[in-house]
Design a protein around this ligand. Sequence first.
Ligand code: GLC
Length: 608
Amino acid sequence: MRFRLLAFGMLAAFALVAYGGPVRADSGPAPYLDPQLSVEDRVDDLLDRMSLDDKLGQMTQPERRYVTPEEITRYRLGSVLSSGGSAPSPNTPESWADMYDGLQKAALAGPLRIPMMYGVDAVHGDNNMVGATIFPHNIGLGASRDPALVREIGAATAAEMAGTGVDWDFAPCLCVVRNDRWGRTYESFGEVPELPTVMTTLIDGLQGDELGGPGSVLATAKHYVGDGGTDGGDDRGDTRISEKELRAVHLPPFRAAVNRGVGSVMVSYSSWNGLKMHQNKYLITDVLKDELGFKGFVVSDYNGIDEIDGKRGFSEDEVASAINAGIDMVMVPTEWRRFIDYLRTAVKDGDVPMSRIDDANRRILTKKFQLGLFEHPMADRAYLKTVGSPAHRKLARKAVAESQVLLKNEDDVLPLDSDDKVFVAGRSADDIGMQSGGWTITWQGEPGPITPGTTILDGIRKAADSSAAVTYSKDGSGIDKSYDAAIAVVGETPYAEYHGDLTGDMGLDADDLKTIDRLHASGVPVIVVLVSGRPLDIAAELPDWDALVASWLPGTEGAGVADVLYGDTAPTGRLPVTWMREAAQEPINKGDGKKPLFPFGYGLTYDD
Ligand code: GLC
């Protein structure tokens, strides 16, 4: 190897000196810049050259609004993130690419030219970006039971990201939702470990056949571990179960993700039997890294280390505790300077061994080399044309259709005929924001025409022989018995994380119930399309409904719902979660002996 290093040094001296790359006094240009060398050799060489501050910078991830390009250079920061909805202005693909390239240039201006990674929550498409294809949220993909489709969605999402340069996706969430009160139920593929486990194909889609290939981004298995099992479905709460149950229910998807070569793992805010995951060395280091053999790097959640001691902000002890537990990079959006200072002190005081700092850097740098960031650090703008492309929207529409679960179909009121006279109502019928849910353009999502797409009503109009056959009235007023069918598209207003936790009842809201009643009073058959992130408590109202379709949160391609309603695609979706008979049953899951309204795996089709 030494000869090769010397040979490389001789051959490349001119080129590297010309571009001003790092030059070593004794042997010429830096071997870590040679893509012919093994990643391990490149990491070894680079680590040898790094100061403590270089290494601390690699472990620090601020949020884009709280750092300048000059500070990225000065503090040698290794990564930047966009939190939910944090976008450049204007929020266009080109503007994202310009932002990324600007920050990357700043990172490359550091003494060792170490490129940064940029992370986003592209959890159902590149959903912070206006114009991106928005796919169904995970709960709908769980209903599809189609891992191959999910892999294609990963690849499409990665392509739409790659054009903007963004190279790290905080996805997939591999949580196993056990209580549907949890505000993140829709981010789960299902209530049994087998569903998130098979859907780790998303990782293959995002990362590609090998990391660093064309359109490949780093995936993140999150949130490690047990976030879906907290008492009461309390987001960031306490998962009080035995290790046996934790290993049987919540760990398998992470084992599968590690086996698929996932590049990063994000730690959960939640606790396990009273200990915050962010300080759980046994689960992060002994289990994830040693037992499962995870070779990527572990990132904290957003301000996750602040919550270790339950007090606001973070202390030196919390920093040392998190790093010693095995966290390699800390998502510290605003107080990142203080984090660096505390970690430097912890190392100097011997509270964090240098071996831990070097292990964290080795893991982070290995992924940067494997991603090819040293060779192609800038946005690959050739991919910009894939953003919101017809091909991606067609894929999303297929995913929407496959995710629909037909739960009731009295007298085969479905499928509709294209010449039926149809009355459509409901606040979720003609609203891209409502049908996309949280993590769409903004962190919480919101009603309204927030990004280009096809509403469920648009889809119904296109499926009918003529739009004249379709009347829309948001609250259902104006219906009469001349119609062949009435469709009420109702459900939840967008939310994310703890904002979606439900501690009280889990029924439909009063406006939606009034709308449905108005339709029912006309005597016309009523089809309810439920746009929600989880099962809702609808048993009492169900007898008055002729049909019920669980549509989940379909995203921008609402035509996929009409494809099922008009029979262009037969419904094949099956429940990824048990549907409660009443909210008091939560948590209710497959095999727990409780009697649900609809069991896990239930779903009708038109042959029934
Ligand atoms: C959030 C979420 C996590 C997300 C991170 C960055 O609080 O818990 O899923 O990846 O912060 O936005």
